[in-house]
Ligand binder design. Structure first.
Ligand SMILES: Nc1nc2c(ncn2[C@@H]2O[C@H](COP(=O)(O)OP(=O)(O)OP(=O)(O)O)[C@@H](O)[C@H]2O)c(=O)[nH]1
Ligand SMILES: [Mg+2]
Length: 256
C-alpha cells in the first residue's frame, strides 16, 4: 500500500484534492482508500472508507472538557492516538493500492504537537508513504508568500520525516503567466531572489536573502506541481511524480 498524507495550511484545498485525486485514481482503475483524519470536519467532499470521527467525537470532547475548537482538536487527536492501530487495521482490510489521508485543517496543531506525527507514523507502519504539501495559490502568488510557504514546507518535512511533494493548490484562481512565474521560482532560485529584492526592504529582505541561501545549500527550492482540484488539471503530472517518489523513495531535501 502506498500512503499519501495531504498536509497544508487551513483552507489550502486538502479535502477537495483528496476527493479529486480519489476520482482520478478510480477512473484510472487504480484502487484507493480514503481516510479522514480531521475530527472536526462536518461534511467532507468525499465518502471516507476510514474515518477518525468513528473513533473520536469532537463535539462531545469540546462540551465534556469545556474546550474551544483548537483545544478540542488537540484533545481529539490525543485520544485518537490510542485508536490508530484499529484505524490501520481498517485500512489494511480494504486491500487497495493507494491510501489518501486527508489531514486536519489546523496544521500547526496537527504538525507541531506530538500526536500528529505519531498518528502518521503509526498509521503507515512500515509501508511506503509520502506527504503532499499544499501551497495555497492565494499565499504563494507573492515572492514573500511563496518563500514563507516553502519554509513552512521544510518545517513540515522535518516534523513528519516523509518524502514530500509540493503541490500548488488552486492555480485556477491565477492567470496562466502568474502560475508560470511561480513554477519558474522553483526552477531558478535567482529569479525568486530578483523578485524578492525588488519587492521587499529592510528586515524582510535580509531574512529572505538568508532563507534563500539556506534553501540553495539544501539544493534549491523544490519543484511545485500546479494542481486544480476544482478543474481536475495537473493530476496526471502529480501522479507521475507520485510514481517517481514511490518507486525511488526520493526525499526532496536529500541529505536532511
Ligand atoms: N478555485 C479553487 N478552489 C478550491 C480548490 N481546491 C479547494 N478550493 C476551495 O477552497 C476552499 C477550501 O477547500 P478545502 O478542500 O475544504 O480545504 P482544506 O485544506 O481541506 O480546508 P481545512 O480542512 O478546513 O483546512 C473551498 O471553498 C474549496 O472549494 C481549487 O483547486 N480551486
Ligand atoms: Mg479539510
Amino acid at each position: 500500500m502506498f500512503w499519501m498524507f495531504l498536509i497544508g495550511t487551513a483552507g489550502s484545498g486538502k479535502s477537495l484534492l483528496t476527493s479529486s485525486l480519489e476520482k482520478w485514481l478510480d477512473s484510472s482503475e487504480l484502487s484507493v482508500t480514503v481516510v479522514n483524519l480531521d475530527p472536526g470536519v462536518d461534511d467532507p467532499p468525499y465518502t471516507s472508507d476510514v474515518d477518525i470521527r468513528e473513533h473520536v467525537n469532537y463535539g462531545e470532547v469540546m462540551s465534556r472538557f469545556g474546550l474551544g475548537p483548537n483545544g478540542a482538536l488537540v484533545a481529539s487527536l490525543d485520544i485518537a492516538v490510542s485508536h490508530v492501530d484499529e484505524m490501520r487495521e481498517e485500512v489494511l482490510e480494504t486491500e487497495r493500492d493507494y491510501v489518501i489521508v486527508d489531514c486536519p485543517g489546523q496544521m500547526e496543531l496537527f504538525a507541531y504537537r506530538n500526536s500528529g506525527p505519531l498518528i502518521v507514523s503509526s498509521l503507515r507502519g512500515q509501508d511506503t508513504a509520502l506527504s503532499l504539501y499544499l501551497l495555497d495559490s492565494n499565499i504563494a502568488k507573492t515572492p514573500a508568500g511563496f518563500l514563507s510557504s516553502m519554509l513552512l514546507g521544510l518545517s513540515i518535512n522535518i516534523r513528519f520525516d516523509l518524502p514530500q511533494i509540493h503541490v500548488l493548490s488552486k492555480p485556477d484562481i491565477l492567470l496562466d503567466d502568474e502560475v508560470e512565474k511561480i513554477v519558474s521560482w522553483t526552477e531558478d532560485i535567482y529569479k525568486l531572489e530578483e523578485e524578492l529584492d525588488s519587492s521587499s526592504i529592510g528586515l524582510v529582505r535580509e531574512y529572505s536573502t538568508a532563507i534563500l541561501r539556506m534553501l540553495e545549500n539544501l539544493g534549491g527550492t523544490t519543484d511545485v506541481i500546479p494542481v486544480s482540484a476544482k478543474n481536475m488539471t495537473g493530476i496526471e503530472t502529480l501522479y507521475g511524480e507520485l510514481q517517481r517518489v514511490f518507486s525511488g523513495g526520493d526525499n526532496i531535501y536529500g541529505e536532511l
